[in-house]
Design a protein around this ligand. Structure first.
Ligand SMILES: [Zn+2]
Length: 110
């Protein structure tokens, strides 16, 4: 079920999240947040039926879903960091510097 090299995957038909246990727990915490966000996206049916849309709009929707899921992973890592658990956010900021930078700016506004 897990694609080699990926951290995890959400299967909306099975209502299941799979995590790749070959990665560190600190990293998988944020993957769980990311995949849980995808589960919410699918469950709330916030994703329009774009099956008949153009390839361009399908790609745009897929990217928007990923950014949204990464935003939730970043916020989760940031909250853990604020509580003294810095490792998950450190993994995230090393891997997705742009989202982490945007998330940091956002968190400073709260
Ligand atoms: Zn994703």
């Amino acid at each position: 079920m897990i694609i080699p090299g990926s951290f995890g995957v959400c299967n909306p038909e099975q209502k299941t999240i799979y995590l790749n246990l070959s990665f560190e727990e600190d990293r998988l915490l944020l993957s769980l947040a990311h995949e849980a966000r995808h589960a919410v996206q699918f469950d709330r049916k916030t994703i329009p039926d774009f099956e008949h849309d153009t390839m361009k709009s399908q790609i745009m929707m897929a990217r928007a879903m990923e950014v949204d899921a990464q935003r939730v992973a970043c916020a989760t890592g940031w909250e853990l960091k604020q509580k003294g658990d810095e490792a998950p956010y450190k993994h995230f900021s090393n891997e997705d510097h742009l989202i982490a930078k945007a998330g940091f700016s956002w968190s400073n506004e709260l």
